[in-house]
Design a protein around this ligand. Structure first.
Ligand code: HEM
Length: 433
C-alpha cells in the first residue's frame, strides 16, 4: 500500500489560518502547508480535494514527464464554460492544431511591428494623466493592455468600446476567478449572462467584419480566418481566450511592477536612469529593448514574487505516482508556481525584492524548473514573448515620461483569474520636465 498523501491536521491548519489572516491571502496558508507537509500535499475541503504540488521536481513531473496523463480540460469548470474550445482548455490533437494555427501571429518576427502599436497605446493612456493626479495603476495598466491586445492581435481600435465593454470583460474574469463555486460547483451563478452576451456579440461582429474584408493575414484574427476548417465558433473561442489570457496577465505584471518600484525608490531611480541613458526621448524598439538590462531584472523579480498565473490546474487521466505517493485518476492536480518561486532552498530571503538575483552571474547556477513564470514544456505560455516585449515597452514609456509616487503603501495579493495587487496601485503622477 502506498502511503497516503500528506494532508493538514489541526495544528497545521491553525498555523495556516494565522498566516492567512496576517497577510490577507490564501497563498500564505499554502506556504505554511508546503513548509510543514512537503512538495506534495492534499487539501481536504468539503467538495474540493486537490493535490497540490510545488518545487522543481513537481514542476518537471507536471509539465514534462507526466504531461500526457494530465488533462487541462475540466468539464464543468467555469473556465471551460467560458472559453468552450479555446486552446487553453483543450487537449490532444485539437489543442495542437489550434496552437499551431496561432503560433505565426505570436512569432518573434511579428514583434517589431507590434512594438510601435504598443508604444502608441500606452501613450494614449498616459495622455489622460494630469500633473498631480492620483491614478490606480491596476486600472491604467488594464486600459493599456486591452488597447494593445486588441490592436496588435485583432487589428481593432478598442478605445471607442472601452467604456461599454469594461464591465463585461471584468465580469467574465470574475466568472472564472476562484469563488464559492470551487466548493459548491452546482451553486447557481446569476448575473453573468448579459455580460457574456455583450462580449460574444462584439467578437462575432468582429469575425464577420473580417470575413467580409479579410486583407493580409498579419495578425491573429487574420491568421485564424485564413486557417481552413476554423469555424466562427472556434475563432470566437480563441479570441476570447487570447483576450482574457493575454491582457489580464500583463495587467497584473505591470501593476505589480509599478507597485514594487514605488516601494523601492532606489530601484525606480535606477530603472529610470537606465531608460534615459538607453532611450533618451526615443521610442523603445526591438533593437533598444535588450539594452534595458536593469528593467529586465526588475521584471524577472516581479514575476518571481507575484507570478500572474500562480497555479497550473490539471486533472489526472490515470493513476499517477509522485515521490512514492499515488494520485488517483480523476484527482484535480495543481502545481504552484508561486510556492516554487518562494522556496528558501532555491531563493535566499525569498520574500525580499532583489532584482540582482537575475544578473547573468547569479542566474547561471539556477536549478531548472525553480523559475517558471511562463510555465514550461510544450504547453508553456504561447504569449510569453509578446508579454515580455509589451511590459518592457509600457514600463519604459511610463518611466520616460512620468515621476510616480505610491500614495497607498499596502496591497495584498488577490487570487482572481490572475494574482492582482488589491485594492489597487494608487500613484501620484507628474510629467517629467
Ligand atoms: C505577461 C505575462 C504572462 C504570464 C506571466 C503568462 C503565464 C502563463 C503560464 C504560467 C501559462 C501556463 C499555465 C499552466 O501550465 O497551466 C500560460 C499559458 C498560456 N498563455 Fe500566458 N502568460 C502571459 C501572457 C500571455 C499573453 C500576452 C498571451 C496571449 C497573447 C497568453 C496566452 C496564453 C495561452 C493561450 C496559454 C495556454 C497555452 C497552451 O495551453 O498551449 N499569455 N501563460
Amino acid at each position: 500500500m502506498p502511503p497516503p498523501i500528506p494532508t493538514t491536521d489541526q495544528s497545521v491548519s491553525l498555523l495556516a489560518l494565522k498566516a492567512m489572516l496576517r497577510d490577507r491571502t490564501v497563498l500564505s496558508a499554502l506556504e505554511v502547508f508546503n513548509h510543514q507537509l512537503g512538495d506534495i500535499f492534499q487539501i481536504t475541503l468539503p467538495g474540493f480535494k486537490p493535490v497540490m504540488l510545488a518545487g522543481p521536481e513537481a514542476a518537471r513531473f507536471v509539465l514534462v514527464t507526466s504531461r500526457d496523463d494530465l488533462r487541462w480540460r475540466s468539464e464543468g469548470d467555469p473556465v471551460t464554460a467560458l472559453l468552450r474550445h479555446g486552446v487553453l482548455v483543450e487537449d490532444g490533437d485539437l489543442h495542437d492544431w489550434l496552437r499551431r494555427s496561432m503560433n505565426p501571429a505570436l512569432h518573434k518576427s511579428m514583434m517589431a511591428k507590434y512594438v510601435e502599436t504598443m508604444r502608441c497605446a500606452i501613450d494614449r493612456v498616459c495622455r489622460d494623466w494630469q500633473d498631480g493626479d492620483i491614478r490606480d495603476m491596476l486600472v491604467e495598466m488594464r486600459r493599456a493592455a486591452l488597447l494593445i491586445l486588441m490592436e496588435t492581435l485583432f487589428k481593432v481600435d478598442f478605445a471607442p468600446e472601452m467604456r461599454r465593454l469594461w464591465q463585461p470583460i471584468l465580469k467574465s474574469i470574475q466568472f472564472i476567478s476562484p469563488g464559492l463555486w470551487v466548493l459548491w460547483p452546482d451553486t447557481p451563478r446569476p448575473g453573468y449572462t448579459a455580460a457574456l452576451r455583450r462580449l460574444n456579440q462584439y467578437l462575432y461582429q468582429m469575425i464577420a467584419a473580417r470575413r467580409a474584408a479579410p486583407g493580409e493575414p498579419d495578425d491573429l484574427l487574420g491568421v485564424l480566418i485564413a486557417t481552413p476548417g476554423m469555424t466562427d465558433d472556434l475563432i470566437r473561442d480563441q479570441l476570447l481566450t487570447m483576450l482574457i489570457a493575454g491582457h489580464d496577465t500583463s495587467t497584473a505584471l505591470l501593476s505589480w511592477s509599478l507597485y514594487l518600484l514605488g516601494k523601492h525608490p532606489a530601484a525606480m531611480q535606477r530603472a529610470r536612469a537606465e531608460v534615459d541613458t538607453v532611450l533618451g526621448s526615443a521610442a523603445p524598439s526591438m533593437e533598444t529593448l535588450p539594452d534595458l538590462l536593469f528593467l529586465d531584472r526588475v521584471l524577472h523579480e516581479v514575476l518571481r514574487l507575484y507570478p500572474p498565473i500562480h497555479l497550473g490546474s490539471r486533472r489526472a487521466a490515470v493513476d499517477l505516482e509522485f515521490q512514492g505517493y499515488t494520485i488517483p485518476a480523476g484527482t484535480r492536480v495543481m502545481y504552484s508556481i508561486y510556492l516554487t518561486h518562494r522556496q528558501p532552498a532555491y531563493w535566499p530571503d525569498p520574500k525580499g525584492f532583489d532584482p540582482e538575483r537575475f544578473t547573468p552571474e547569479n542566474s547561471r547556477s539556477r536549478q531548472p524548473y525553480t523559475y517558471l513564470p511562463f510555465g514550461g514544456g510544450p504547453r508553456n505560455c504561447i504569449g510569453a514573448l509578446f508579454g515580455q516585449v509589451e511590459t518592457r515597452v509600457v514600463l519604459a514609456r511610463v518611466l520616460q515620461q512620468f515621476d510616480l509616487v505610491l500614495t497607498r503603501d499596502h496591497v495584498h495579493a488577490h487570487m482572481g483569474a490572475t494574482l492582482e495587487p488589491r485594492p489597487g496601485v494608487f500613484m501620484r503622477v507628474r510629467r517629467r520636465q
